[in-house]
Ligand binder design. Structure first.
Ligand code: PGA
Length: 258
């Protein structure tokens, strides 16, 4: 696929948001089985980010497979008096390999600034987790022609200096495309991803050139192939369509050769 840069292995990550119970591990089992049976092997990394109470159970199910388990948020500190919060170290201890930080729902529901997101991404690095750092413009910002400026500012402020291609993934998720069935045009996605790539190279050099940039926002089985083929799109962050193994696998299979 055109968007699959030769030296960057793509990542398809499922963000389950506040959905799922222990029995939902059956979906992880189904993804695991399908990936192990795929011949040739699908050349993409696969990740599932369930709610925190399911991380341990899902990690057990995913063990020995190519599925990595991730958290959806973490506190910047290791431990302490922060009722209801979970640290990056706790996610790691429960079996997670990564954590999403700065999702637009965290930014809007919990008023998280890019400075807070930066601290959370640093915490992920400290704990040995990959930080999946989300950025993206609102509808109003896009209509005002501010997309590149907003995304660039969020990127700059949200990524800690400790970011490398191995410990950081950027997810570009236009807020207006999340859960709406709306997606930007191919040209618009290409423009934003190219701008993010240029910023990453400017700041991090070779590490920035190799960092994965995911597209997120209404990725579905029927649009995945087109979206994932766009230059500088190194995978997807999938919400609604990641809850059912069949839909999620259909998106992962966009990377199947032939
Ligand atoms: P969606 O969500 O695929 O349901 O639009 C994407 C996300 O919020 O990560």
């Amino acid at each position: 696929m055109a968007g699959q840069a030769k030296n960057i292995r793509p990542l398809v990550a499922g963000n389950w948001k506040m959905n799922g119970v222990k029995a939902s591990a059956a979906e992880v089992e189904a993804v695991k089985r399908a990936l192990s049976e795929a011949k040739p092997a699908i050349p993409a990394d696969v990740m599932i980010a369930p709610p925190a109470p399911l991380i341990s159970a899902f990690s057990t199910v995913a063990a020995g497979s190519d599925i990595a388990i991730a958290g959806q948020d973490c506190h910047p500190k290791v431990s302490g008096a922060h009722t209801g919060d979970v640290s990056a170290e706790m996610l790691k201890d429960a079996g997670a390999e990564a954590v999403i930080v700065g999702h637009s729902e965290r930014r809007s529901d919990h008023g998280e600034s890019s400075a807070v997101v930066n601290a959370k991404a640093s915490a992920a690095h400290r704990a040995g987790l990959t930080a999946i750092v989300c950025i993206g413009e609102t509808r109003g910002e896009r209509d005002a022609g501010l997309t590149i400026k907003v995304a660039g500012r969020q990127l700059k402020d949200s990524l800690p200096q400790s970011s490398t291609a191995a410990n950081t993934v950027v997810a570009y998720e236009p807020v207006w495309a999340i859960g709406t069935g709306l997606v930007p045009s191919t040209a618009d996605v290409a423009e934003v991803h190219a701008a993010i790539r240029a910023d990453l190279i400017n700041r991090f050099g070779d590490e920035g050139a190799a960092m994965r940039i995911l597209y997120g926002g209404s990725v579905k089985p029927d649009n995945a192939r087109e979206l994932l083929a766009i230059a500088n799109v190194n995978g997807a962050l999938v919400g609604g369509a990641s809850l059912k193994a069949s839909d999620f696998l259909a998106i992962v299979r966009a990377y199947q050769r032939g």
